[in-house]
Structures are given as C-alpha cells and as structure tokens.
Design a protein around this ligand. Structure first.
Ligand code: MRU
Length: 343
C-alpha cells in the first residue's frame, strides 16, 4: 500500500515475518495519529496482537495466523499448542481457521514452513489485486461508492478487498467519491479506510454510520462494496456490525451491494449465515472513548462485532476469479480451495 511518510512515499505491507521469527505488524490501533510497527516475538505475543486488534481484518488475521505458525516453527514452540492458541484469538473471520489448516497441511506434506507462510501471505496480496481488477469496472465516472469498516490493505496484507477495486479504478483515471462509514465503535472507517484513501489521493468523505441512508436517498451513492469475515455456502456474509442495515438500505434505494472477498473467506462447510459465530467484544468499546465514559458507567451494554447480511441483499461476490453469484459459490470457490497451494 502507498503510504506518504516524512521520508517520502513508501510501499508497505500490513505485516510480515522476519528470519529471526519476529512477526512485524503495522500498529493499526494508532493509525492515523502515527505510523508504527509492532514486533511480536513469541506466538503468545502474536495471538495477543490479533485479539487486541493490532492487526485486524479477515485476510490479515489469516496471514497473522500463518506467520504465527511459521514463527512457532522457527522458535521451536510446540506446534499443536501454538495452533490452539492462535485458533481461539478471534471467532468470526474464517480466514484465520483456513490459514491454520493450510499450515497444518504444509507441515504434513513436509514443506518448508517459513516459505509456506510467506507464500500464503504474498498470495493473499496477489488475490486481492485480482479482486481489484475484477471489481474496478463496476465503478463509473461520477459514482459515489459506499464502504463500511476497513477492507483495505491494512485488513488484507496489501491492496484490500473492497478497497482494491477503488484503488485500481482510481489509478485507471475513473472519477468517483468514496463514502466511508465511520464504523462505530472502533472507527475502522474513519481511522483506517480514510487514512488509506488519503494516502492514495482518492476523493472521499467520512460519514457518520447513520448518515448512509440519507446519502443513498438523495442520490449521492450508486454502489456499495464491503469486505466480509465469512461467506457461507449459500452466500450469506458476516461483516462488521452495521453492514446488514447498509445492505437493506441499499436494496430499498436500488443500489447494488457487493461483497469483495478472496478464497480464504468462504466457509463452504457452513450452509448459512445464522451458523456463523459472532464475536462479542468488551462493552468499554461502546460506553467509553479513550478511557472516558460516554454513558452512565453502570449501564449494561451489548457489543456484537459483526452481523450477517443474507445473500438476497448481495448483488454479487467480487473474487479473484471474477464476480460470481451466490449460486456459483459452492462449485467455483470449492474448486479454488481444492487447488489453493498446489498451483
Ligand atoms: O473487527 P475487524 O476490524 O477485524 O473487522 C473487519 C471487517 O469487518 C472487515 O470488513 C472484514 O474483515 C473484511 S477485511 C478485507
């Protein structure tokens, strides 16, 4: 991803593995205030970084899982307990489980585990670029394009899922404006998506989450694209809390709503979205802001991290093999998952 720094424009990835076993991550909790990197020196540190959202976004969580297993191999940490520790960090993003199983298969096959994890990580970035190429033609001159949460390079190693078509359309000269929901409670839209768009000079507005319907109704938005944490065999898609209501509003206003996701996000073992485990996060994310209560300190609260958008609200799935419909998911994604790592 292109990042403007005091030392000039840099091309950075969200995370990588050093030869000495450190997993290095862009510290996503302090963007946009500062750009810093965190060294995770043990599998436990990598697991805590996933839980605390130093790294977040489904494909990037998957990459952190794969690199964490390679880290276990380099440091001589126990394979099974490292896998179990990483497995329980976050429950909704399927990419994590996909990546951990992928590394298990690499170990069983006697592969070079460091190379396997690095290849898996680079492969995500390549797949996201292909998602960008498949989705860019959906964006036309004059469009307003809504997105929710951050499904950019930070969330995917590089390029992004929902943001990849926007990156490529912008580089191709298409003139459009992104409407980035702020995405309460952790503000991935205003803190991260807007930061990525600003670094790419892509015109955008940050809007309050509850403003999206207003802009749809007034004709400012012609297309909506989000990422997903898990797409089930029937096309239902879990994504950051608030995505479902945006999809319903899009349908009400005749606006096509697309999910952009790579092979590792599709859970073909689940028949529908109601089976997806939804992460419940700490209430302090809702009731407090930077340590200050924004509510009565005794008020109970609920904080689901994700919701599920039923397939009937989704116009298509922008994937690395092109835009597909819900009906095509079992066969076409199934074939890709069979081949993954064997290409
Ligand atoms: O809780 P987060 O920040 O990990 O949630 C991220 C999202 O909901 C993203 O939209 C999703 O992971 C897709 S990322 C390409």
């Amino acid at each position: 991803m292109r990042v403007k720094t005091e030392d000039g424009v840099k091309d950075l990835q969200a995370l990588w593995l050093e030869d000495d076993g450190r997993v290095v991550m862009m510290e996503q909790r302090i963007i946009p205030e500062r750009l810093e990197f965190m060294d995770c020196r043990t599998v436990e540190e990598t697991a805590v970084a996933i839980e605390d959202m130093v790294v977040r976004g489904a494909p990037a969580i998957g990459a952190a899982g794969a690199l964490g297993m390679a880290q276990a191999h380099i440091l001589g940490e126990d394979w099974a307990s490292s896998k179990a520790r990483l497995w329980k960090t976050r429950p909704t993003a399927y990419d994590l489980f996909y990546a951990l199983e992928y590394m298990d298969r690499a170990k069983e096959a006697g592969a070079d585990l460091v190379k396997a994890a690095r290849d898996f990580t680079d492969d995500i970035a390549r797949r996201c670029k292909a998602i960008g190429e498949a989705g860019a033609p959906l964006i036309k001159d004059g469009f307003g394009v809504l997105t929710h949460c951050n499904a950019g390079a930070l969330a995917t190693v590089d390029w992004g899922t929902a943001l990849a078509p926007m990156r490529i359309a912008h580089r191709d000269g298409t003139k459009f404006t992104v409407y980035s929901d702020e995405t309460r409670p952790r503000l991935q839209g205003s803190r991260l998506t807007a930061w990525e768009l600003e670094n790419e000079d892509i015109p955008h507005y940050i809007i309050a989450d509850n403003a999206a319907g207003h802009y749809m109704q007034r004709g400012h938005i012609q297309l909506a694209i989000t990422g997903s944490d898990r797409v089930t065999a029937n096309g239902d898609a879990a994504n950051k809390i608030g995505t479902y209501e945006k999809a319903v509003l899009a349908k009400e206003n005749g606006i096509p709503f697309y999910i952009a996701a790579p092979v590792s996000t599709f859970d073909l073992g689940m028949s529908d979205g109601m089976q997806i485990p939804i992460e419940e996060r700490d209430c302090s994310e809702v009731t407090q802001f930077e340590g200050r209560y924004m509510a009565h300190s005794k008020s109970p609260c609920k904080n689901p991290g994700f919701d599920v958008t039923p397939a009937r609200y989704i116009a298509g799935y922008i994937t690395e093999i092109g835009i597909i419909t819900a009906d095509e998911i079992p066969d076409r994604i199934g074939a890709m998952q069979q081949d993954h790592g064997k290409e």
